[in-house]
Write a protein that binds this ligand. Structure first.
Ligand SMILES: Cc1ncc(COP(=O)(O)O)c(C=O)c1O
Length: 403
């Protein structure tokens, strides 16, 4: 991860399981993207859902990033890290009145609106607060992507966005609503996209839509192309920021609009791992299980998306490779980090690194089986800081009473 610190030392001092991030890798990711986009100069709004740790958010804010949020909790986080609310975009199909009011009061850049009923709620909140709500219409462009079904968001089978055919009528309606300022259009067709084709289709459709709306007299200023840039976990061939930038230059830049992007995974991808310790090994009729102290509550991606994460022993061990299932301690058959994986013969106590775990890792962790969520550590050069401590047993009971 580009840092020098001894992970074994962190395991001893902080314990396992534990998320470890590299500050240098995070910085390199954000700078690589900004470099690729330097001619376009978009507002890059990091999708907080990918990694919500305050230290990570702060780092990106210091690099000039804005944020894409999907809940009041994420808004609270970005404000707590000192981010500028004027660089915050609020997406999501189910914003509540409380969340909308909070976002209006804080003066966020805009809402990405996902339904007619949401427009009405935003209107009434804005009226009450005597504010004008700035919005973009999140277009459902009806474009499919090749990624796990749960990571696809851009066709009419999905709950996201407003059908592109409905957009002109809604935009015309919004012209007459004083509480709303329609500033742009937005889309996000899915996540972990590893081909340029769906991006190109979406960009073309969005550019067409933008032009149609402008031709009908609706003055739009922004166009938001969402996130979705895929990364390499195993043998994927990601499209790369340069190629993505070229597509933007070809299809979107000629519009002359301000371009907004919402990358999540791309900015954190290889900048973090989940460190776990082997508790037991067990062989059942020839099948070998490595039972480790991290489980699906710590990293649910293998279970939820059948995601493949490389797993490396911290200490290189020679000898034959064994085919093993790396499983967690939870009482669920779906509790695994890897299946049928080639790993060396290891003894209990060995440390393992589950790679590429910074994106959609800790954010999806839970307290299932009354497990305490893992800490997060940020390495910088030859030192590290604990940026989230391990939960305590008292933390687990904090919100409860005996009734
Ligand atoms: C609206 C929206 N924007 C951005 C993202 C970030 O996507 P990714 O992490 O693939 O870049 C997501 C994630 O699915 C999303 O739902």
């Amino acid at each position: 991860m580009g840092e020098e610190l001894d992970l074994e030392r962190i395991a001893l001092e902080v314990g396992t399981p534990c998320y470890v991030y590299s500050r240098a890798a995070l910085l390199s990711n954000v700078r690589t993207l900004q470099e690729a986009l330097h001619r376009i100069k978009p507002l890059v709004c990091f999708a907080v859902k990918a990694n919500q740790n305050l230290a990570v958010l702060r780092l990106f804010a210091d690099e000039g990033a804005g944020f894409d949020i999907v809940s009041g909790g994420e808004l609270y986080r970005v404000l707590r890290c000192g981010a500028d609310p004027a660089k915050v975009i609020y997406s999501g199909v189910g914003k509540t009145q409380e969340e909308i009011e909070m976002a209006l009061a804080k003066g966020i850049l805009m809402f990405n609106v996902e339904s007619r009923q949401e427009i009405e709620l935003i209107r009434s909140c804005a009226r009450q607060l005597r504010k004008t709500a700035t919005i973009a219409l999140r277009v459902n462009p009806d474009i499919a992507v090749q990624s796990h079904p749960y990571m696809q968001t851009g066709t009419h089978h999905h709950k996201f966005g407003i059908d592109y055919e409905e957009i002109p009528a809604i935009a015309a309606y919004l012209r007459r609503q004083p509480e709303i300022r329609l500033r742009g259009i937005a889309c996000h067709i899915g996540s972990q996209i590893t081909s340029l084709q769906p991006f190109e289709k979406a960009f073309k459709r969005m550019a067409w839509m933008f032009r149609e709306l402008c031709a009908s007299g609706i003055q739009l200023e922004t166009i938001n192309l969402g996130g979705g840039l895929g990364v390499r976990y195993k043998d994927e061939k990601p499209v790369g920021a340069e190629n993505y930038a070229q597509l933007l230059e070809k299809h979107i830049c000629p519009l002359g609009a301000r371009i907004l992007l919402e990358p999540g995974r791309y900015l954190v991808r290889d900048a973090g791992l989940l460190m776990t310790r082997l508790l037991y090994t067990k062989t059942t009729r020839g099948k070998i299980f490595y039972i480790v102290d991290a489980g699906m509550n710590d990293l649910v991606r293998p279970t939820l998306y059948h995601a493949w994460h490389e797993i490396q022993p911290l200490r290189q061990v020679g000898g034959e490779l064994l085919q093993v299932d790396v499983v967690g301690p939870l009482c669920e058959t779906g509790d695994f980090l890897a299946r049928n994986r080639q790993l060396p013969r290891l003894r209990p106590g060995a440390l393992l690194a589950v790679m590429q775990a910074a994106a959609y890792g800790q954010v999806q962790s839970s307290n299932y089986n009354a497990r305490r969520r893992a800490p997060e550590v940020m390495i910088q050069g030859n030192r590290y800081s604990l940026i989230r401590r391990r939960e305590t047993y008292a933390d687990l009971l904090f919100q409860e009473t005996l009734g």
